[in-house]
Design a binder for this molecule. Structure first.
Ligand code: NAG
Ligand code: NAG
Ligand code: NAG
Ligand code: NAG
Length: 327
């Protein structure tokens, strides 16, 4: 069984190497992450809304909304990219950065406050998938009760802190969420940091890197089936040859005589070609075709009897090969 096990090992290793080539790791794409604890792959690109639409998401000119409940504002946000609404006059955010606001709210007076700039770097803390936005509008000063002091009454705007957003993503396979995620506002302890929970199907980890890469193409599937068929043929044939026909050594291989015949045919051809190639080119090649009809004196140059094989050697070799071929 030594022969068959080594053959099996060879086949398995070639199978393995072809698979290793298929899942060579690409650099992490924005808005995707591999869980360090479970190894699952998370792809939130399907959640990102764009005015033009992506291959994951239809075009949209309205970002996601979250109700503020007791907080005096409702929120608008997008994931991994800026909101699709075009904003003007965002409090304390320079015009150059207004394009990149990823989350905002409007207060009762209609003023727009950014709660963070675009970020597509996902983050894992333990088993929690997180995304944060930073560098929003300046945070308000708070009075003794923790309520924001209205900007109009603040004499000096000394605050260096800026509003930021922390989002936690939870897997939810509810059929209601097949298209859009649910965005829940959890709270803002200091009117400076805003915390959300997003429930979505996209937050359920997958095993593959992504749709386009992880699955096997039709060629690879065919190759896999062919390799398995070959394996079954070899193992089944070896078991049969060994246990039923009691063959040993190379003869355990199924259809050994046929394969040996093919092998000797090719080595025959190789010897003919090689011996003619060692002669002068291209004279050797023309001699090859001239000599094939007679099937002897192939590749011998009679003008140079010292070089190459002697005609006798050649004939002996061909006779020997003929015998093998007849087997
Ligand atoms: C949003 O898109 C719809 C069509 O998809 C269009 O009718 C509507 O005017 C757009 N709204 C804005 C604010 O651009
Ligand atoms: C938030 O939205 C709800 C409706 O969804 C509305 O009744 C409420 O007035 C809004 N709050 C603010 C501060 O705009
Ligand atoms: C802001 O958005 C532009 C495209 O609109 C992008 O090229 C740039 O990298 C973004 N800047 C940051 C800090 O995300
Ligand atoms: C925000 O996310 C970045 C990665 O995008 C991470 O390095 C940073 O620690 C996060 N900050 C907080 C406060 O979670």
């Amino acid at each position: 069984m030594h022969l068959s096990t080594s053959l099996l090992a060879l086949l398995l290793s070639s199978l393995h190497s072809s698979f290793a080539a298929a899942d060579a790791k690409p650099p992490p794409k924005p808005c995707t992450i591999l869980s360090p604890s479970t190894g699952s792959f998370f792809d939130l690109r399907s959640l990102q809304l764009t005015p033009e639409g992506t291959k994951y998401q239809a075009a949209s000119n309205e970002s996601y909304h979250a109700k503020g409940y007791d907080y005096p504002a409702n929120f608008t946000l997008n994931f991994c990219g800026p909101v699709v609404e075009s904003l003007e006059d965002v409090e304390g955010v320079p015009t150059s950065r207004q394009k990149n606001v990823s989350a905002f709210y409007k207060d009762q007076r209609g003023d727009i406050y950014s709660i963070g700039q675009q970020n597509d770097q996902l983050l894992f803390r333990g088993k929690k998938l997180l995304l944060n936005y930073t560098m929003g509008s300046p945070c308000p000063e708070l009075d003794e009760d923790g309520n924001p002091i209205d900007d109009d009454f603040v004499v000096k705007k000394t605050s260096k802190r800026r509003k930021s957003t922390l989002m936690t993503f939870a897997c939810d396979t509810s059929p209601l969420l097949s298209n859009r995620p649910i965005v829940n506002f959890l709270g803002s302890p200091d009117h400076c940091t805003y915390v959300f929970e997003i429930r979505s199907r996209s937050a359920c980890g997958g095993t593959t890197q992504s749709e386009e890469k992880g699955t096997l193409g039709p060629g690879a599937v065919f190759g896999l089936i062919a390799a398995i068929a070959l394996l079954v043929y070899l193992i089944g044939g070896i078991v049969y040859q060994r246990n039923v026909l009691h063959q040993r050594g190379w003869r355990q291989l199924p259809n050994y005589t046929m394969w040996a015949g093919i092998h000797s045919f090719f080595s025959d051809m190789f010897v003919i070609l090689f011996s003619s190639c060692t002669q002068r080119m291209p004279g050797g090649v023309t001699q090859l075709f001239a000599g094939r009809r007679g099937y002897h004196r192939v590749g011998t140059d009679e003008r140079h009897p010292g070089r190459g094989r002697t005609p006798d050697d050649e004939n002996r070799l061909i006779d020997q090969l003929d015998e093998e071929w007849e087997d």
